[in-house]
Design a binder for this molecule. Structure first.
Ligand code: OGA
Ligand code: ZN
Length: 366
């Protein structure tokens, strides 16, 4: 990729393809101290107030820099490196790439909590692990004073839900959700009835004195890709049918119509939603419904099968951070008479982790 000039025009040459760069695009990137605040990197001028007919009067390309005088009298020396950077897909999280996994996945890479971990290389590595596998486990995270909130806010900001800033998962009388019982929870995603669905869930183990209550995880991305390959018709109907997910309690009614497998405009994986306690299928044609029910049954079978599920026990201090758009989580049954089982949970959004990752990359020169 390189910059070329021809008369008073600037071109971007990429693998034999040459395209002119609009002079306005360059004009609004003028970065002298009168145009950009050097501390915030924010513009000091409003490009929407510029005249539309911006043209280049004079230009010169010399070792790594492009000097331009525009027809409104402004001049700038652009760094070619900075111009080219804008054309390279530098989305650090997309570049990491998801690694699919199934029940043979061995959790080996845990991260010990330490003072100031949020600014350290181990946090960067933990976030990379999170983007690859959809989850990461931190060990020895302080369990006093709802520390999960500090933890979440040190990566991004807590995304509050109807369950509050954070929630306590223990069996309690008159629960408003089955999570607050000792019943098993089959693999599910949280809050599919919200729009948008909270992206990342943190679950922090405070006490775990029971034999059961093992945590389970499933890679929904892997399962949906398997479904696409082996049962394309099922995959298709699950990606095309919007289902009503709903949550009702004394203070709120939350509803969201969405697909169980959501794909982007290129047909690539975006998100799974699965919570058989909360989904209501629309009354579509009988034949379509027939197919839909078979598809839902199949994906449920896959989510619940030994082929895809990992099972492990959280001990006090363990904090699991998981992608609620990609992974399903659950737990096995436990006996509340054996002792206490107490987890705390909260949510954060993706742009938090993405922003943190980019920040650490910059600070640590990675
Ligand atoms: C939840 C949940 C899992 C557990 O609260 O959403 O899935 O291990 N809890 O109790
Ligand atoms: Zn849950």
């Amino acid at each position: 990729m390189k910059i070329e000039l021809n008369e008073n025009k600037v071109f971007l040459e990429n693998q034999g393809l040459k395209k002119e760069i609009h002079p306005f695009w360059l004009r609004e990137r003028i970065d002298g101290k009168d145009y950009i605040d050097k501390i915030t990197q924010q513009r000091l001028f409003d490009p929407t107030e510029l005249k539309n007919n911006i043209k280049i009067d004079k230009l010169n390309l010399t070792d790594g820099f492009l000097e331009i005088t525009f027809n409104d009298g402004t001049y700038n020396k652009f760094s070619i490196e900075n111009i080219l950077k804008e054309f390279i897909n530098n989305n650090s999280t997309q570049n990491i790439g998801k690694v699919k996994w199934d029940s043979s996945f061995k959790i080996s890479n845990n991260f010990d909590f330490e003072e100031n971990i949020f600014e350290k290389k181990s946090m960067y590595e933990a976030l990379v692990h999170f983007y690859k596998f959809g989850f990461v486990i931190f060990k020895k995270v302080p369990t006093k004073n709802n520390f999960i909130v500090n933890f979440a806010n040190s990566i991004g900001s807590v995304r509050r839900t109807n369950f509050g800033e954070f929630f306590n998962v223990k069996s309690k009388p008159n629960p408003n959700d089955l999570a607050y019982t000792s019943l098993p929870l089959a693999p599910h995603t949280d809050n599919p009835y919200r729009n948008p669905v909270p992206c990342i869930q943190l679950l922090h183990c405070i006490e775990n004195e029971v034999k059961g209550g093992l945590s389970t995880l499933v890679d929904g991305y892997n399962v949906s890709e398997c479904l696409k390959k082996d049962y394309p018709e099922y995959y298709k109907i699950l990606t095309e049918t919007k289902v009503r997910f709903q949550f009702i309690d004394q203070s709120v009614i939350l509803e969201n119509w969405s697909e169980m497998i959501e794909v982007d405009q290129n047909g690539n994986f975006k998100q799974v939603r699965f919570s058989p306690r909360l989904d209501f299928v629309p009354l579509i044609d009988k034949e379509k419904l027939e197919l839909f029910y078979s598809a839902r049954k199949k994906i449920s079978e896959l989510y619940n099968s030994d082929k895809f599920r990992i099972e492990f026990k959280l001990i006090p201090g363990d904090l699991i951070m998981m992608d609620n758009h990609r992974l399903l989580h659950g737990r096995t049954r436990y006996d509340a008479n054996e002792g206490n089982r107490f987890l705390q949970g909260c949510y954060i959004d993706y742009d938090s982790t993405e922003g943190k990752l980019k920040h650490l990359k910059r600070e640590l020169n990675i």
